[in-house]
Write a protein that binds this ligand. Structure first.
Ligand code: SF4
Length: 469
């Protein structure tokens, strides 16, 4: 490692090095490979740095535990004498991690169910999640992919990558690829370079994103060499994962500075964790400290219904309370979107306090964060058709069955029904003169979707159902 590659001077580092490692040569301490090879995972190793509780010892000695590995750098952020330390809780298991809870699942987001190719999740119309590794720099106790993460036997092969990339190549609706895992930033540099170059060669892939906790667990991995490599593939975006202000160290600040100087916009995804950051005031400090290092808070996730996360779960109302305490109270740039990743695979659902109090034709009644109530007078002459000629010049990508509520608003459909809706309501009755199955047009709403006349105008008269029966 060259001196320029070193993330910071040894003088600065004293702040984030536990006494146990104080004699380690700075050249080693700042070498990400040294950090990876000297991770803590056994009871004895952890006990030499941290005063372990009985509950932590019990968990660490149990069978079938989700993998434990902690970089010396991140372990140095732990208060060795405080069992409530927010950094410690994220990476050191306790016995409560082993307690099952109602609605717990192995794959609560149904990722493996919604994956056309192993490790590729195509949930939303124009983007995919590409899992490229199952390894991380350290392991979070609430990990949503604990079913595969940390397990070297589950890792992805060259053949998996080929199939993932083939699928992306053959699916032109994909314009955005998110690399995740595991953590893509622990991949061998050449392998990550190869994946990025193959993705960049696909003309319809407009942006590539990386989700990584490496800048937080292993900031020394963010070398100039690494930044140069990924900046070859712009536009690149990167989301880091910080949960508590204690994780925002000088080392993380330097890593983020390098990444932003390399032209990579940074966002943060945090997880709402009971006993770690389930507080308006902790969250406010977190988001304010993030924007100071030029990281835009992006998502605040509700904890998933996944094995091992029971101790971290909060009611949704806690998330709403936190959003209430952020919006208006601090800069808009510092406010993440609070989301529930829908159990069963529905994707992210944003939640927020209700600021729209009431409406009548022409008026909306709104409230602000202070409880100030105002009226927004709607325009009386608004013509939504005026923009149509501009809108028609925009190329649209097909969304194949995922048009959703927008399809109702745009008048393509009037209803969205659960599977079996009509069958249930026909009560098993036979076809009769008033109900002529799918051929009848009597339930097609005039002017909505397919009932438009051939010239695109809406017929003046309702079609006579008898004509079509
Ligand atoms: S870094 Fe991400 S993938 Fe790895 S253990 Fe933590 S949450 Fe899971």
């Amino acid at each position: 490692m060259s001196p320029e590659d070193s993330i910071m001077t040894s003088e600065q580092a004293v702040h984030t090095r536990a006494p146990y490692w104080v004699d380690v040569d700075p050249a080693e301490w700042y070498d990400w490979r040294w950090q990876m090879s000297n991770r803590l995972n056994s009871v004895d190793e952890l006990a030499s740095v941290i005063d372990l509780t009985d509950s932590e010892r019990k968990a660490l000695e149990s069978q079938g535990l989700f993998r434990v590995d902690i970089t010396p750098y991140f372990a140095s952020l732990i208060d060795p004498n405080d069992p409530h330390c927010p950094v410690r809780k994220q990476v050191i298991p306790t016995a409560t991690e082993l307690v099952p809870f109602q609605a717990m699942m192995e794959d609560s987001l149904a990722e493996d169910k919604h994956s056309p190719v192993a490790g590729l999740v195509h949930r939303y119309p124009d983007r995919v999640l590409m899992l490229v590794t199952t390894q991380c720099a350290s392991y979070c106790r609430y990990c949503t992919r604990s079913r595969i993460v940390g397990d070297p036997t589950q890792t992805f092969s060259k053949r998996d990558f080929d199939m993932q990339i083939d699928y992306i190549e053959n699916t032109p609706q994909i314009r955005d690829v998110l690399l995740s895992g595991g953590d893509p930033m622990v991949l061998a540099p050449k392998l990550l370079d190869m994946i990025l170059s193959r993705l960049r060669a696909i003309p319809h892939v407009e942006i590539v994103r990386i989700g990584s906790r490496v800048p937080v667990f292993l900031p020394m991995r963010v070398t100039d060499e690494f930044c140069e490599m990924i900046s070859k593939y712009h536009p690149m975006w990167l989301n880091i994962h910080v949960n508590h202000p204690k994780e925002i160290t000088p080392e993380l600040a330097i890593a983020c500075d390098r990444l932003t100087r390399a032209g990579i916009p940074l966002g943060n995804q945090s997880v709402l964790l009971a006993g770690v950051n389930d507080s308006v005031h902790i969250q406010r400090k977190l988001v304010q400290d993030l924007v100071k290092i030029r990281v835009r808070p992006y998502y605040l996730y509700q904890c998933d219904l996944v094995h091992g996360s029971g101790q971290f779960r909060t009611p949704l109302s806690k998330g709403i309370e936190i959003m209430e305490g952020l919006r208006g109270h601090t800069s808009g740039y510092a406010i993440p979107t609070y989301v529930v990743d829908a159990p069963g695979g529905g994707g992210k659902i944003p939640l927020m306090p209700n600021y729209l109090l009431s409406q009548s034709p022409g008026k909306s009644v709104l409230r602000n964060f202070e409880g100030f109530i105002t009226t927004y007078q709607e325009p009386l002459d608004y013509d939504p058709q005026e923009v149509k000629h501009l809108e028609d010049q925009i190329e649209r990508r097909p969304e194949k069955g995922q048009e959703g509520i927008l399809e109702l608003l745009e008048g393509e459909k009037m209803t969205i029904e659960p599977k079996g809706f009509d069958e249930t309501r026909s009560r098993g009755g036979k076809e009769h003169r008033l109900r002529s199955g799918g051929l009848s047009r009597k339930w097609l709403p005039l002017g909505v979707g397919s009932i438009e006349a051939e010239d695109g105008t809406v017929p003046e008269q309702l079609p006579d159902p008898q004509e079509n029966d």
